[in-house]
Ligand binder design. Structure first.
Ligand SMILES: Cc1ncc(COP(=O)(O)O)c(C=O)c1O
Length: 394
């Protein structure tokens, strides 16, 4: 029988690193291997009870009809309050905020709304590997700017960004705190990047979904730097990481009204937004007690310390203490193997799952991403296996 040809467009899409490695992991598990995973960016916390209760209440109250496609008005109001309270940003909930099915949909809607065929998006590398495909799907092209490790942290050189821009460059994407590197951009770094965005008439897409998880360096919303930058920025955020709500699929965007209107049209022809009762839970998350967020941050800080402690003093593995997020990058330069080869050895010979840095772009070569989104025995044993592996390799 003839196979059905799928579209050329869909052939541009590629699976995320997590999904590719999961296939390898499942294969080994089916052979009876006991693996420990320090791979996924999924908090192991339960969603805080007051948020769950708000969803239950909403369900019982019949909040099961179609949502307002821009987002339920109460949630857009709550998002506007949050952006003012936490980020110093004023947005009109009527025209400048859109509720999305996770940040994932915000990324897709932003690129679809902004890019014409051939428009370029500057992506710092290494970077979260689910930006490329939506750029390509929207007809855009990626221009990577390599970050480098300087004084124990990944940094971006503003001059390199400037040099990478061409007449076709339309968007610069920043993720702060930055997955996988753990860098939290400082005010002066953001100012230098913001200057390029303004001078070159670009749009800044700012993915801030790890904003609540920082370890000293404060999160700064790039749009808060100046009215000029705010007028050129699309803020992307989500409940997934801050409130341990990955499975609820809810996020939000803020941008000037014309961009939100365009993103809204994209949303209306596809997801039509998160479920109504899920949006009610979102209101409870944003307006409810903040101590649950602080408690999760403290636990991540404890895990971060553990990762750094357990992986010090190893030849061939230097851990970079993250400033934000729940991933640590390990610099494994002296191994003399590619990061994917090191990852495969760790998986096959030592039973521990991490992600090779090159999965996040060529500039991630020679590094590994270690997740501490999960803690407890899994983290402790995973770190033991990593330690043992690096001692054995030495
Ligand atoms: C940088 C970044 N942006 C977006 C997402 C997707 O988030 P959501 O669950 O809100 O779709 C992730 C998930 O890991 C991420 O790391």
């Amino acid at each position: 029988m003839a196979a059905i040809d799928t579209s050329q467009r869909v052939q541009l899409l590629r699976p995320t690193a997590v999904n590719s490695i999961l296939a390898e992991v499942k294969q080994l598990q089916s052979q009876g291997r006991k693996l420990i995973s320090l791979m996924r960016g999924e908090p192991d916390f339960r969603t805080p009870p007051h948020i769950v209760e708000a969803a239950e209440r909403a369900l019982r109250n019949g909040r099961t009809g179609y949502p307002d496609n821009r987002g339920e008005p109460a949630l857009r109001e709550a998002v506007a309050e949050k952006l003012l309270r936490d980020n110093g940003l004023g947005y009109d909930p009527g025209r400048e905020i859109l509720i999305t099915t996770g940040a994932t949909f915000g990324i897709h809607a932003a690129f679809t709304a902004l890019l014409n065929p051939g428009d370029e998006v500057i992506l710092p590398e290494p970077v979260y590997d689910a930006y490329h495909s939506p750029v390509l799907l929207a007809g855009g092209a990626v221009r990577a700017v390599a970050a480098r490790i300087h004084k124990g942290r990944f940094t971006l050189d503003a001059a390199a960004i400037d040099a990478a821009c061409t007449e076709r460059t339309r968007v610069l994407l920043l993720n702060t705190p930055w997955n996988p590197t753990g860098t939290v951009f400082t005010a002066s770094e953001l100012a230098a990047i913001g200057e390029i965005v303004t001078r070159r008439n670009l749009v800044l897409v700012a993915d801030e979904i790890y904003e609540a998880i920082t370890y000293g360096a404060p999160h700064i919303s790039p749009a808060a730097l100046s009215p000029e930058l705010r007028a050129r920025t699309v803020v992307l955020n989500s409940f997934s990481k801050t409130y341990a709500m990955t499975g609820w699929r809810i996020g939000y965007c803020a941008a000037p009204a014309e961009v939100i209107q365009a993103m809204f049209l994209v949303l209306q022809q596809s997801s039509r937004g998160p479920a109504t009762f899920v949006q009610d839970a979102g209101v409870a998350a944003l307006r409810g007690p903040r101590d649950c967020v602080a408690a999760m941050r403290e636990e991540y800080a404890r895990r971060r310390r553990l990762v750094c402690e357990r992986l010090t003093g190893l030849a061939g593995c230097r851990v970079l203490a993250p400033e934000g997020g729940f991933f640590a990058m390990a610099d494994v330069t002296p191994q003399g193997q590619t990061s994917n080869e090191v990852r495969r050895r760790l998986l096959h010979e030592h039973g521990v799952v991490v992600i090779h840095g090159s999965a996040y772009g060529a500039a991630g070569e020679n590094t590994l991403r270690i997740s501490f989104a999960g803690g407890g025995e899994t983290l402790a044993q995973g770190l033991e296996r990593l330690r043992g592996a690096f001692e054995a390799i030495r």
